[in-house]
Design a protein around this ligand. Structure first.
Ligand code: SF4
Length: 636
């Protein structure tokens, strides 16, 4: 059936909205394929505004991989701002892709990539605007399969009613596998309708189809059991792990945004996974094991990506980039290669040691010397042991002082508030640390022209981490501790003016906590918030705590029960049937170690401590060194 472009109808609305450029598509390296030549068509969504969504690596990678497949087409869609949403509703214009402005409902698969749970309401807006029933059970054979992925899909239970399916882990191979299942089913004449298609996906073992699982509850509200309700559906669904990143050097042709976006650079992922074992870090836990991309592939990707995009900044991306076994050679090789050109390099600096400053110096050879960021995360040594962030006060002060003596003037330190076992003194420790940093910096440089900014985020316990059982701190406690910290810094006559503080109040973390560890009953809250106008919950100007609390009350959901309640070892957690590879007993032991201030080393350089991932997933740590060097670019 021919599918018409919605652009003529959309164009009429664009003069009346803010930043219309974000809806027009046609970016450098975007792809529009012939609709009729494709047999499987994906609409890929990042459920936030274009400026946040366009740079998303996950979407860009899948977009390119799917469009490289014959007879397969992928287009992108983003959350539209409320001004355009209102006009689209008034004029009957449905959710569209930015590539060819095709209606999302016409696609076979609507894939939504969630980095954060705060994007859930934006998915509902997109579904509703698309004309796709919000609840999966109400969808018919003409509706796309609504599929979630990304880190926030490791517990998709709160949005289970709205999803047809979810996938855990790396998307490259599973997106291709799903495409082939859909293609085969369509080629056979779509036997059994969407139910059979979902069954075929579920039977593969790599796709979670919520409707094929029943959840039973105890009278006190805890989950009794989650069990498949059909033969052939696996008890547990496993995550996907791409083992050889060199085989998947995407994005090869990065999208160049037309409108302003949060990152305007070409990002190359230098490794995936992290085994440092920070207990609060869901990303580190669910992406294990570490798989490095080789120095030569990184060099080739940078060269090809810069050439294809014209970006003048390259970011080396990963959870802890300084940990790549050949990062020194990568940094030097790239800095040599691009010296004197207008291409600059950046590295999200987080590791607290002097080596990181050497790296930062290499990276800034050809660019700006902005600020350095380190993430000690906990304000006291005890707190850092609890979260397994092995940084001593001495390390931190020495590292930051080195940065100041090497000419860096601005250092940012990232912390969390509301961590398990935290007391007021742990948070006030942040002020002490910042004072010591400035004092040592002034002594070492002889200058008063140095600054330190402490940035504090609220801790949210996440599924598949040792803190999945922990009680989240209530927002009153978090706010009280943050206020005490602010007062301590403000009241400091000697160092206070050199220390900046950035923080958010504790309320959004409670909503994030509800969504992170929620079960299917939380779906009613999400829907009620959305019906009440909830949109763009990740944006402080749009977020309304009261709206969430009112919706929870209306849906009969006790927010404290989901957030500030500590779970017992044997409680069935809503995501226990979803396998991130981590052994539950190991996670529990690590939680006990946390409470007892016991640290765990990184298994990259110490023996395996049996977290379970490698044997369960059939994977292994893959690190260098390869011993290879990056050659300078050949000038032709
Ligand atoms: S199984 Fe062992 S080697 Fe693999 S990630 Fe876990 S601790 Fe590390």
């Amino acid at each position: 059936m021919p599918v018409e472009s919605l652009f003529p109808r959309l164009e009429a609305l664009l003069p009346r909205v803010q930043k219309p450029i974000q809806y027009v598509g046609g970016e450098l390296n975007s792809t529009v394929k012939d609709w009729d030549e494709a047999t499987v068509r994906w609409a890929l969504m990042y459920p936030d505004a274009y400026e946040v969504g366009l740079p998303n690596q996950g979407v860009q990678i899948l977009y390119e991989i799917l469009n490289e497949m014959p007879e397969t087409l992928a287009e992108r869609t983003y959350a539209v701002w409320p001004d355009l949403e209102a006009l689209m509703r008034a004029e009957g214009v449905p959710q569209f892709t930015v590539d060819a402005h095709r209606p999302v409902r016409a696609f076979d698969v609507f894939g939504v990539s969630f980095s954060t749970e705060l994007g859930y309401t934006n998915m509902l807006t997109a579904l509703d605007l698309a004309g796709i029933p919000l609840v999966a059970a109400d969808r018919g054979d003409d509706d796309p399969i609504v599929l979630a992925g990304g880190h926030a899909a490791f517990n998709p239970e709160p949005i289970a009613d709205f999803l047809d399916a979810a996938v855990l882990g790396d998307g490259e191979q599973i997106a291709i596998a799903i495409t082939e299942v859909v293609r085969e089913w369509k080629a056979e004449g779509s036997p059994g309708g969407r139910d059979e298609l979902l069954m075929r996906l579920a039977e593969s073992g790599g796709v979670y189809v919520p409707k094929f699982y029943d959840v039973d509850y105890h009278p006190d509200g805890r989950i009794r059991r989650v069990a498949p309700n059909r033969p052939g559906v696996p008890w547990r669904v496993h995550k996907h792990t791409v083992m050889d990143l060199d085989e998947w050097p995407y994005p090869k042709k990065p999208l160049v945004p037309l409108a302003e976006t949060v990152h305007e650079r070409f990002s190359v992922e230098i490794f995936r996974g992290c085994t440092r074992g920070c207990r609060f870090c869901q990303a580190g836990m669910i992406t294990r094991p570490v798989r490095e991309r080789s120095i030569t592939t990184i060099g080739d990707m940078v060269e090809a990506g810069v050439k294809a995009s014209g970006f003048n900044e390259v970011g080396l991306l990963s959870l802890s980039s300084a940990d790549h076994s050949e990062i020194g050679d990568i940094a030097k090789g790239l800095a040599d290669r691009y010296e004197g050109t207008n291409t600059s390099l950046s590295l999200p600096s987080t590791r607290v040691d002097a080596f990181n400053i050497d790296l930062a110096n290499e990276f800034s050879r050809n660019g700006r010397r902005s600020g350095l960021t380190f993430a000690p995360e906990g304000g006291s040594e005890r707190m850092r042991k609890v979260i397994n962030k092995m940084v001593t006060e001495e390390d931190l002060i020495r590292t930051v002082t080195t940065a100041y003596t090497q000419g860096w003037r601005q250092v940012k330190l990232y912390f969390m508030c509301g961590l398990p076992t935290e007391e007021d003194a742990d948070v006030l420790g942040i002020a002490d640390l910042a004072r010591k940093v400035i004092k040592a910096g002034r002594e070492a440089t002889g200058s008063r022209d140095i600054r330190c900014t402490v940035s504090i985020g609220g801790f949210v316990p996440k599924p598949h981490t040792p803190f999945q059982w922990a009680a989240q701190a209530d927002h009153e406690t978090v706010d009280r501790r943050l206020k005490a910290l602010k007062d301590a810094l403000r009241g400091d006559k000697e160092y206070g003016r050199a220390i900046g503080m950035r923080y958010h109040d504790g309320k959004p973390s409670i909503v994030e906590g509800l969504l992170s560890r929620g079960d299917r009953r939380v779906g009613g809250v999400i829907r009620a918030v959305w019906e009440d106008g909830g949109r763009f919950d990740g944006w402080s100007e749009h977020f309304s705590y009261q709206r969430w609390m009112d919706a929870a009350a209306k849906a009969g959901v006790d927010v404290d029960w989901y957030t500030t309640r500590e779970r017992e070892e044997n409680e069935v957690l809503p995501w226990d049937h979803l396998d991130a590879g981590l052994d539950r007993e190991w996670l529990w032991q690590d939680w006990q170690d946390a409470i007892n201030d016991v640290e765990v080393e990184d298994c990259r350089w110490t023996p395996c401590y049996d977290c379970g991932v490698c044997p369960t997933m059939g994977t292994e740590i893959q690190i260098g060194p390869t011993g290879k060097k990056l050659l300078p670019l050949t000038v032709v």
